[in-house]
Ligand binder design. Sequence first.
Ligand SMILES: Nc1ncnc2c1ncn2[C@@H]1O[C@H](COP(=O)(O)OP(=O)(O)OP(=O)(O)O)[C@@H](O)[C@H]1O
Length: 616
Amino acid sequence: MASSTSTMSQAVTGGAAAGAGAKARSVRPLRGLLPFLKPYRGRIVLAGLFLVGAALTTLVFPVALKALIDQGLVSSDPGERVLALRGHFFALFGVGAALGVFSALRFYMVTWLGERITADLRNAVYAHVVKQSPQFFETTQTGEVLSRLTTDTTLVQTVVGSSLSMGLRNTVMGLGALVMLVITNPVVMAQVLGILVLVVLPALWFGRKVRSLSRASQDRVADSSAIAAEVLNAVPVVQSYTQEAREAQRFDESTARAFATAVRRTRMRAGLVAFIITATFGALLWGLYQGTQAVIRGEISAGHLGQTVVYVILLVSSVAVLAEVWGDLLRAAGASERLMELLATRSPIESPARPRALAAAPIGSRVSLRDVVFRYPSRPLTPALDGVTIDVEPGQTVALVGPSGAGKSTVFQLLLRYYDTQGGTVAIDGVPVREADLGALRSRIGLVPQDSVIFSTSAMENIRYGRPEASDDEVIAAARAAHADTFIRALPEGYASFLGERGVRLSGGQRQRISIARAILKNAPLLLLDEATSALDSESERAVQAALDEAMRGRTTLVIAHRLGTVMHADRIVVLDAGRVVDSGTHTELLARSGLYQRLAASQFSDAQAMAVNDA
Ligand SMILES: Nc1ncnc2c1ncn2[C@@H]1O[C@H](COP(=O)(O)OP(=O)(O)OP(=O)(O)O)[C@@H](O)[C@H]1O
C-alpha cells in the first residue's frame, strides 16, 4: 500500500518526475495555479486594493496615536485638553472604522476567490481524470484520485482563500512599518532589521523540511482513502468472508502511518513557531529598550516612542505571520504539485490532430481486425491477442466464443480504442480506429457490458444516458423494445423511481434490460454485447434474450456469447482460444467439426439446451 502513491506518480509522470516532490524546495509549484487565477483578474485587483487599504489604515494608526499623545496631552488648559483629546479619539475611531470596512471587503473578496478557484481546480482535475484511458486506472486507485480532489484542493483553498491574503497584507504592513521606522527612527530600525535577518534565514530552512514532510503526509492520507474506497465498494464480500476486523485493522495501520507523518510535520512546525516567537520577542524588546533610553536622554518625545513601538510590533508580527504563511504556502505547494502532476498526465489514447471521417453506415458498421497483435501494457510479455483477423459485414451478427481468458473482451476494448494495438489494424467503417476522432468512433458503438452499470438516478435518466437529448417518449420506446417497460412501470414511482447506487434496488436481469434499453436508445450502427454469464431464471432469461434480439435488429452486432439462443441466431461464430482465432462458421458447422466448440457448447451454454441442439 505504501508504494501505491509512488506507483501513481510514476504512472502519471511516466516515471521521469517521480519523487520530484521530495526534492523540490520552493513554492514554485504554486505557479501551476496561475492559469486558474487568470479568469478572475478583476476581482484579484479589487481584493488587492482592499488589502492595501486595510494595511495602510493600520499604518496610519501609530501616526494618530503619536498625535494623541504629543498634542492631546500637552495643552496646559484642562478644558482645551479634553476637547483636543476628544478630537484625537474621533480621528482614531475613524481610522479603526476604515480598517474594519477594508478588512471586511478584503475578507469577502479573498474567500470568494479561494472557494471559486478550488471549485475550478476540482472540476479541471475531475474532467481530466474521466478522460484518461483504462491504462491510467490500472495503476491508479480511485480512492487516491478522490483524495487529491478533496484534501489536496482544500489545502490549495486555504492558501488562496486566506494564507495568500494574510501574506500580502503582512508584506504591505511590514514594508510600510519598515519605511516609517526608517523615516522616524533609522538607528532602532537598522538594529531590528539585523535581528530579523537572523530570524528569517533559519526559518526558511525549517520551512523546507515542513514542505517535504507535508507532501509525505498528504500521500499517506491518500493511501488510506484508497483503502477505504476499495473496501466500501466491496462491503458484502468483506462481510461474507467476515473480514471486517481485518479491514478495519488495515485501515487503522494506514491512518497510523498518516498520523505519524503528520506528527513529524507538526513537530517541525512547532519548532519553527517556538523559534520565531522567541526571536521576534527578542527583537521587539531590544527596540523598546533603545527607545526608552532615547526618551530618557531627551532625544525623542514619548509620542515618538509610542509610535515607534507600534511600528516595531507591526513589523515583527508581520514577519512572524509571514513565516507562518510561508509554511502554509509550502504545504499547498506540495498539494498543488500533486494536482499539477495529475493534470499533466497525457492519456496515451487521444484523437489524432487530423481525424479521418468514418464512412456512412446506414445498415450497420463494417468491422475489420487484421492480424491484430496486442499485449496489455501491464503485461507486456503475454499477447492477449496474437494475429487475430475478424471481418464483419454491415448488418451481420457475429458471436465470439472461447474459454475464459481467450481474448473476447479484449476485442471489444480495441474496437472502442481503450488501448492501441502493437501490430495489425482495427478498423471501423473503413477507417483505422487510431485515425478516427475518438468521439466520432465511440458514438458509432453501443456497448452492453457484462456487468450492467446503473447510475444512482431514476430509471428514466438511466436509460436516457444512451442519448441525453432523447425525449421521454423515445426513452419509453427503448425500454419497451428492451422488455423493460413492464417492470419499470411496476416500480413504486414508475420511470421516476430511483434505482439506488449501482442499481442495488433491481434484480440482475432487470439491470441488464435497463442497460440494453440504453444501448437501443443510443441507436449506434455497431453493437458490442457482452452477455452476462450469471444464471437468470428461465423467464428472466427469455426476457433478456428477447431484449437482445431487439437490440441487434438493423445494425452490426458483435456478441460475446454465453447463451445458445444467441449463437444460433448469429450469422457466424468466431472461436477464440489463447488470443488466436481457431475456427469460425455457423453453429451447426462448428458443432460438427470443432472439438473446442463442442466442449464449449456442452459446458458454457446450458446443458439441456446443448443436448436439444445435439438431438436436432
Ligand atoms: N487490463 C488488463 N491488463 C493485463 N492483462 C489483461 C487485462 N485484461 C485482460 N487481460 C488478460 O488478457 C487475456 C484476455 O482477456 P479477455 O478479458 O479478453 O478474455 P475473455 O475471453 O474476455 O475472458 P472471459 O470470458 O473470462 O471474460 C487474459 O489472459 C487476461 O488475463
